[in-house]
Write a protein that binds this ligand. Structure first.
Ligand code: PGA
Length: 241
């Protein structure tokens, strides 16, 4: 059986104290799953150093869509690679919603990652209004469309995975149902090809992680709030098999 992926997304949370707590605790066990933590930019190097003796991977939560240059406040893919970052989340719904990231900008960011050999975690997901209007599938297909251009240029499943994160399930305590997850993961795999890993994200906890990861087509989980709690996060990592 293929290894599941468990990716923590700390969002704009954390401190040196939290790094010591969560990373130490999570590293105390070994897991069948591939475990990664995506932390805010200022903590990347600290976490990288702390993980140096462990199998866990460190990732960032965004990247510039531009190469190095006069783009004040931005962080390039090359810089992330340079400090030992291994993966980067792109297109999280919070970036799309609060920072106006378009589907095309997300594809540009992924292209920058691929150029330097960083693994991408591309988030897609519909809002509740889109789901209620029967437009969830169309929204996901629109978010996947720019990725096909990259695939046509030879970008394969070893370069990125997709995280299906319904916006209404993020941080709400209301995970999507087994049927909803199975249907959307099936759609994404039909669109990109079954070789691509598709993770589920949205209110994943230690208590529901095993059930979610047992759904056909679910290759792992992207975890927000629960990744800040060492006990919860290590519970999710163990639930991944
Ligand atoms: P959540 O967030 O686990 O807190 O719902 C998931 C995410 O935003 O990636």
């Amino acid at each position: 059986m293929q290894r599941k992926r468990v990716i923590g997304n700390w969002k704009m949370n954390g401190s040196r104290g939290l790094i010591a707590d969560v990373i130490d605790r999570v590293c105390a066990d070994s897991y069948a799953a591939e475990v990664s933590v995506c932390v805010p930019f200022p903590y990347l190097a600290d976490v990288r150093n702390q993980l140096a003796r462990h199998e866990l991977k460190v990732g960032a939560q965004s990247v510039s869509e531009y190469d190095d240059g006069a783009y004040t406040g931005e962080v390039s893919a090359r810089m992330l690679k340079d400090i030992g970052c291994e993966l980067v989340i792109v297109g999280h719904s919070e970036r799309r919603r609060y920072f106006g990231e378009s589907d095309v900008a997300v594809a540009n960011k992924l292209a920058r990652l691929l150029e330097v050999g960083l693994f991408g975690v591309v988030c897609v997901g519909e809002t509740l209004a889109e789901r209620d209007a029967g437009k969830a599938e169309a929204r996901i297909e629109a978010q996947l469309a720019p990725l096909h251009g990259l695939m046509a240029k030879g970008c394969d499943a070893s370069k990125f995975c997709v995280a299906y994160e319904p916006v209404w399930a993020i941080g709400t305590g209301r995970a999507a149902s087994v049927e909803q997850v199975a249907a959307m993961h099936g759609l994404i795999k039909r669109s990109l090809g079954s070789a691509f890993d598709v993770l589920y994200g949205g209110s994943v906890k230690a208590g529901n992680a095993a059930e979610l990861m047992a759904i056909p087509g679910v290759d792992g989980v992207l975890v927000g709030g629960a990744s800040l709690d060492s006990k919860e996060f290590s519970g999710i990592c163990r639930a991944a098999g």
